[in-house]
Design a protein around this ligand. Structure first.
Ligand code: ARG
Length: 465
């Protein structure tokens, strides 16, 4: 007979290389605390409904508590021969308290156990991620507040488009992060569900109380369907999808910071704390951290794709393929937490070169729309106004000057509608100031966006207290 916990029906031992490949202890050791907490709740429920005695429960729970302590002190050695965290913990428990340990696995299976551990793992991490998003958002708002009147070119197609307030740009990222927050917040709904009690897939003949267990663990409710409970990984896919979108946002910002810290732009300079030098070129100051975050974004997308691929043809209910579900989620958690923290510090310490940004819109054509709007506001159909502005830009390019350098006389060759006040409209800060539409770059509008954000962040902090 095989020594394994499931070894009763086996005559021979498993191939050792297969055991090593099949073992998940190196990955699921990260859920050791959750596995033990889940077992304590399960044992408590078993005694609550009279499946095991109070004394047996105490023995099991005390043993589990000891294991948790020893594990967190680094005193336990788990082995691949015991396959995974569940069987490693049960093996240590048996060594500690003897045969009564075997009662713990009544009315459960590793299928609902592993699903429970995974839910508990993510349940613990989501609040931390939500908090980190809020900190990053409030740093964006701080920086926006300091830069309300910092003028820069807004881009489309990476070409100068129209002058904008740098604060407006920063608040665009605030909004993206706000949606990320909402998504991770919603993620809690499907994460805080309890699969324990589904047993292998069909439920159990024992008179368990899964609502009790869920409640012990701070989970909202048991799954309604035991087959779904052990087969569902939507909560993890939602997490990876939310993380992918978050990383996409961070990566876009990182890409811009890389561009802006280049010699050609020089809009920002990163603190030395978030830059690296070159081993050969002494002058280099590289935005490595931003590049790495861009790189890691691809890795997170990969984790999402991997889990979707694992799930797409999986027959109900548990299949061993599901063992591959955790590593990508753990890696994602372990990356997005420090990334959010580092990005918060990075933008807080980033030097903004306001003069350089302003210079970029003083000698360019990002005021061409103002000229077209000017004519159109005086009654010329916008299409005609657009054509005249385009022709004037072409003339300036030929003559190596800018729209504001043209005399009123030269402008009159194109339209009688031009008057002295056109020069005011062509100034970048006036272009911004004149924008009054909701959510626009107008200083007043951006100020409102900032105040609204501050209000929201403050309200939430008070709420949390
Ligand atoms: N290590 C397994 C996993 O991570 C635990 C569940 C094993 N269940 C089974 N029926 N083999 O998925």
């Amino acid at each position: 007979m095989s020594e394994k916990l499931w070894g009763g029906r086996f005559n021979g031992d498993a191939n050792d290389l297969f055991l090593r490949l099949g073992a998940s202890i190196n990955v699921d050791i990260k859920m050791a605390n959750e596995d033990i907490e889940g077992s304590i709740a399960h044992a408590t429920m078993l005694s609550h409904v009279g499946i095991i005695t109070e004394a047996e429960k105490d023995q099991i729970v005390n043993g589990l508590k000891e294991i948790k302590e020893e594990f967190n002190e680094g005193k336990l050695h788990f082995t691949y021969q015991n396959e995974d965290i569940h069987m490693n913990v049960e093996t240590v428990l048996t060594e500690k308290i003897g045969a009564v340990a075997g009662k713990l696995h009544t009315a459960r299976s590793r299928n609902d156990q592993v699903a429970l551990d995974f839910h508990l793992y993510l349940k613990k991490r989501l609040p931390q991620i939500l908090e980190l998003i809020r900190s990053f958002q409030s740093e964006l708002v701080n920086l926006a507040d300091e830069n309300l009147e910092t003028i820069m070119p807004g881009y489309t197609h990476l070409q100068h488009a129209q002058p904008i307030s740098f604060a407006h740009y920063l608040m665009a990222y605030y909004e993206m992060l706000d949606r990320d927050y909402d998504r991770f917040e919603f993620n809690q709904k499907h994460t805080n569900m309890s699969p324990i009690g589904a047993a292998a897939l069909a439920g159990t003949t024992f008179p368990i109380d899964p609502h009790f267990t869920a409640n012990e663990l701070g989970l909202d409710a048991p799954y309604n369907n035991s087959i779904d409970a052990v087969s569902d990984r939507d909560f993890a896919i939602e997490f990876l999808s939310n993380a992918s979108i978050l990383m996409m946002h961070l990566s876009r910002l990182c890409e811009e910071i890389c561009l802006w810290s280049s010699y050609e732009f020089k809009y920002v300079e990163l603190s030395d704390a978030f830059s690296t030098g070159s081993s050969i070129m002494p002058q280099k100051k590289n935005p490595d951290m931003c590049e790495l975050i861009r790189g890691k974004t691809g890795v997170v997308y990969g984790h999402l794709n991997a889990l979707l691929a694992t799930m797409k043809s999986l027959p109900l209910a548990y299949n061993k393929d599901l063992q591959e579900d955790k590593a990508g989620v753990f890696d994602t958690v372990e990356n997005i937490e420090p990334i959010l923290q580092l990005m918060t510090e990075m933008i807080a310490t980033m030097q903004v070169n306001k003069d350089r940004m302003l210079q970029a819109v003083e000698k360019d054509f990002s005021n061409a729309t103002e000229l077209a709007d000017y004519l159109s506001a005086k009654g010329l159909p916008f299409r005609q106004a657009h054509r005249i502005a385009g022709e004037l830009v072409a003339k300036c390019i030929n003559e190596n000057c800018y729209l504001q350098d043209l005399s009123l006389e030269q402008l009159h060759n194109y339209s009688d509608l031009f008057e002295e006040d056109i020069y005011e409209d062509l100034k970048p800060h006036v272009a911004i100031q004149r924008r009054k539409s909701y959510g626009s770059t107008g200083f007043n509008e951006v100020h409102k966006q900032i105040e609204k954000a501050k209000e929201k962040l403050k309200g939430e902090m008070n709420h949390e207290e």
